[in-house]
Ligand binder design. Structure first.
Ligand SMILES: NC(=O)C1=CN([C@@H]2O[C@H](COP(=O)(O)OP(=O)(O)OC[C@H]3O[C@@H](n4cnc5c(N)ncnc54)[C@H](O)[C@@H]3O)[C@@H](O)[C@H]2O)C=CC1
Ligand SMILES: O=C(O)[C@H](O)CS(=O)(=O)O
Length: 477
């Protein structure tokens, strides 16, 4: 098994072989900005070879039980190598080491759930004999793999979000051509090694690294790709949908997640969970709490608690056990966040806490006196900034939450069952989390958004539905 050591050069993983290219791309340590490894840059010929190999591989028998065994073995290997993977995540993402270990543990679970689902894929009996003239017929459906799936993944959760694509795709009997984010590709390459060791048949998983736009274009041009599953920015997601034609496309895109704190809520619990879930992975989580709406009579006490809890978060070196918040993915991203906060302040917002940048590190920041049209509220911050505003009435706050181009998940703290049920019906999201913040996810639940947050659901059972076709078999007896 490869470990990330400074200077290591990684190849592409095509048809079970590692292939280094002439052109290489640097991967940075996100905390000190030093070059830590190099990855190969795929050309069109590599993309076509990977797709061709994936197409051939999908024709070879690979029974549901064999898929189950490979995925279970891969999960076991991942658990055994948790520390090794976590150290790489801390380096290539800048994710604090304790959080990195959490991601690996969740990724292993995603593989286990996918393995289990491999044994449960089923169709249903269809009573065609109920139609006049079909009395002598019987029918049932089966779910068949779509074939070759191109999986394109983002930088922020580069092990678990890759497992959310390759786990269900392989469980359903497909082949996958994976294109991980160019800034965090090492863990995906390590996963390919691990899959190989777990016994995955050659060609079932191909990994291409290099420029997203180029590889994306070549994958889109290749008609042997049957489906695209993409997690990333709305801009790229929309582009893929516009170019994919009639092929299947599943999109997990951005969000500017809202969480409501009603005046009957447990404020201590709400402040603790919001402090934690606004700043995990430096806010680079697409269900990260970005907009908090607090009922006006509890605003002062809520802000005091939120500040108190957020002040305790340690910003610094992600490999340090005590660190809660590491660097953002690029210095330029931290500069963007800084400029959005400064602009909000010019427009009347107050910095209740934080607001300072040191290179790629941006302090956890709480803004008050915001309005819904500031960038920090209207757009996706994808950084460690939370904006807190007030409301009076339930209908008013539901309208504020819904006044967004996005709709992935939202949170609601309340002990009022009527309000919880009203919000469940009226808030336009893929998931409403009651008595927790928006950023709650376990890996077997359906996960995916509405509006500009995308379409299709992840969670292995639901992703398998996306990654298979329903075929009806009719028997004329
Ligand atoms: N809904 C969800 O589950 C999640 C959504 N996201 C969203 O992802 C974004 C941040 O991630 P990034 O990696 O910066 O997103 P991104 O959209 O820049 O990149 C995502 C992937 O797309 C590739 N790519 C770039 N241009 C492409 C093109 N023209 N064709 C095909 N592929 C292309 C990149 O190389 C990368 O692998 C945020 O908007 C965030 O909300 C992130 C994580 C989870
Ligand atoms: O959307 C994301 O950024 C992740 O899916 C959230 S999680 O899976 O890491 O909880």
């Amino acid at each position: 098994m490869t470990t990330l050591t400074t200077g290591k050069q990684y190849g592409l993983f095509i048809n079970g072989k590692w292939e280094q290219t002439a052109e290489m791309m640097e991967v940075l340590n996100k905390y000190n900005q030093e070059v830590t490894a190099h990855i190969s840059v795929a050309e069109k010929e590599h993309v076509d070879a990977a797709v061709q190999g994936a197409k051939e591989a999908v024709k070879a028998p690979f029974s549901p039980y064999a898929r189950y065994e490979v995925l279970m073995k891969a999960a076991q290997l991942l658990v055994e190598r948790c520390e090794e993977f976590a150290q790489v995540l801390a380096l290539e993402v800048g994710k604090p080491i304790r959080e990195s270990r959490g991601e690996i543990e969740r990724a292993a679970q995603t593989l286990v759930i996918s393995a289990e689902e491999a044994k449960r894929i089923h169709g249903e009996g269809i009573p065609v004999e109920a139609a006049p003239g079909s009395e002598n017929r019987m029918a049932f459906t089966v779910r068949v793999p779509v074939g070759v799936i191109a999986a394109i993944t983002p930088f922020n959760v580069p092990v678990n979000l890759v497992c959310h694509k390759i786990g269900p795709a392989l469980a359903a009997g497909n082949s996958v051509v994976l294109k991980p984010a160019e800034v965090t590709p090492i863990c995906a390459l390590m996963l390919a090694e691990l899959m190989e060791e777990a016994g995955l048949p050659k060609g079932r998983l191909q990994v291409l690294t290099g420029g997203g736009a180029e590889i994306g274009e070549w994958l889109l041009e290749n008609k042997d790709v049957n489906m695209f599953t993409f997690t990333g920015s709305p801009r790229v997601g929309e582009y893929i949908r516009s170019k994919a034609g009639l092929r299947k496309v599943a999109l997990e895109l951005g969000n500017n997640s809202a969480t409501i704190v009603h005046n009957d809520a447990n404020l201590e619990q709400a402040a603790s969970l919001i402090a934690q879930k606004s700043f995990n992975n430096a806010g680079q989580v697409c269900i990260s709490v970005q907009r908090v709406y607090v009922q006006e009579d509890i605003f002062a006490s809520f802000i005091a608690l939120l500040k108190q809890k957020t002040e305790k978060l340690v910003v610094g070196d992600p490999s340090d056990e005590s660190t809660d918040i590491g660097p953002m993915i690029r210095i330029g991203e931290a500069e963007r966040v800084e400029s959005w906060v400064n602009e909000a302040v010019e427009q009347g917002a107050t910095i209740a806490l934080g607001g300072k940048r040191n290179g790629a590190l941006y302090e956890p920041t709480i803004l008050t006196h915001v309005n819904d049209d500031m960038k920090v509220c209207r757009q996706e911050v994808f950084g460690p900034v939370v904006s807190v505003a007030t409301y009076k009435e339930k209908d008013e706050v539901i309208a504020k939450v819904n006044d967004s181009d996005y709709g992935l998940q939202a949170g609601l703290f309340t002990n009022d069952l009527q309000f919880a049920m009203k919000a469940s019906r009226e808030i336009e999201v893929g998931g409403l989390i009651v008595n927790d913040a928006s950023a709650y996810r376990v890996d077997h639940m359906p996960y995916g958004g509405v509006k500009n947050s995308g379409n299709g659901k992840e969670g292995p059972k639901y992703a398998i539905e996306e990654m298979t076709e329903e075929r009806i078999i009719v028997l004329n007896l």
